[in-house]
Design a protein around this ligand. Sequence first.
Ligand SMILES: [Zn+2]
Ligand SMILES: [Zn+2]
Length: 374
Amino acid sequence: MIESAVAWANAVLPAQAAWAAVLLRRTLEYLMGPVRDFGGRFHWLALVAALILAGWVFAFRAAPSAIPLGDAPPARGLRGFLRYCFPRRIWLNRSTWVDLQVGFVNHVYAYAAANLFWRLSGAVVAAWITTWLTATFGPSPIGAEWGLGALLAFTVLMSMAADFGYFLFHWASHRIGPLWEIHKLHHSAEVLSPLTAARVHPFERLAMGPIQAVITGLILAPALYLYAGEVTVLTILGLNAMAVLFNMLGHVLHHSHVWVYYGPLVGRIIVSPAQHQIHHSALPQHLDRNFAEHWAFWDWIFGTLYLPKQRETLTFGLAGVATQPHGNVAAAYLRPVLGAARSAFALAWRLAARAVPRRQPGAVQAPVPEPPRR
Ligand SMILES: [Zn+2]
Ligand SMILES: [Zn+2]
C-alpha cells in the first residue's frame, strides 16, 4: 500500500518535488507503524494495570455500597475480589452482550476501513502541511537529530493533539443532532464494562479520523519538516509511551464500575476513570461533561469539566429514554444511521425555516422538531 501511494505521488508530482514522495513514504510508515498503534486498551499490560488498580480499590477503598447492587455481599479474599471485578449484574447483562457483539463486528469488519481512512487522511494532511512549509521556508534542514527532550515533547504533544481532536469531535457529537444519533450507541450502554469501549458505531470513527488528522498534522508536519521525515515517538516495550502511561493510570477502567479518582489536582490534567464514568451518567448534573479521553485540561479550558467531590452513585444509559434502543446488534448498527438521517432532515428543515424571514399571514406552520439533546 505504501509503495503504490509513493509510486502514485512520483507519477503526479513534478521532478523538483520528488522529496514530497519521500515525505509521503515516511509519513505513511509512521502512521502505519507499531508506534501509532498505541497497543490497544486490551493489551496485556493494560489489563494487568487495571487488575492491580481494581485490587487496590477493593482492598483499601471500596465501601460495601460501591459493590454493584444485586450481587452477593462483598467478601474478602480472592473470591471476593473476583466477584468485585466480574459482577454478574454487569457481565451477564444484555447491554454487555451488545457491547461484545458490536466490538466483535467492528474489530473484524468495520474498523479496518475506518482506520485506513484515518491513517490516509493523516498522511495527506501531514504531507500537505509539510509541502507548504517547504514551499514557504525552503528545504528542511537535513541532519537535525532527535534528542531525548525533543522526542519526549513530540510524544506528549502528539498525544495532546490527538486528544484535542477527540475532544472537539466528542463535544460536537453531543451538540449536533445527526452526530448525537451515531454517538448515542456508546451512551445507551446501561452498565459499563471494558467492552463498552468497543461499543462505538464505525461511522463515528470514520468521521473523527479527519478531525484528528488535521489537529495532529499541526504537530506532525513541523516535525517531519524539521527532521527531514524522520519522526518517531518514545516507546516502552514497543508501545507508545503515552498509551502505556494512560494504561497504567487505568484507561481500561474508564468503562467499568471501579471508581478510581485521582483528586482535583490530577483530575484537571488527566482523566481519571471516575471522570469518564461520570460522562456516561444519565443524571442531569453530569450531562455533557468530561469529553476528553486522556487530557482533562481540554475540558477544564472549555468549561466542560466535572470533578466529583465524593464517591457518587451513577446511573448509566440515555437520559429520559425508558426502552433500550440498541438492544441487539442489528439495532446497534442500523438505528443510529436511520436516526442520523432523520435528524439531518430535521436540521435541514430548521435551517431552511430560519432562512425564510417572512411568513405568509395566517399560514399554518409545519411543526419543527427539536434536535435531540442529552
Ligand atoms: Zn459521549
Ligand atoms: Zn465511554
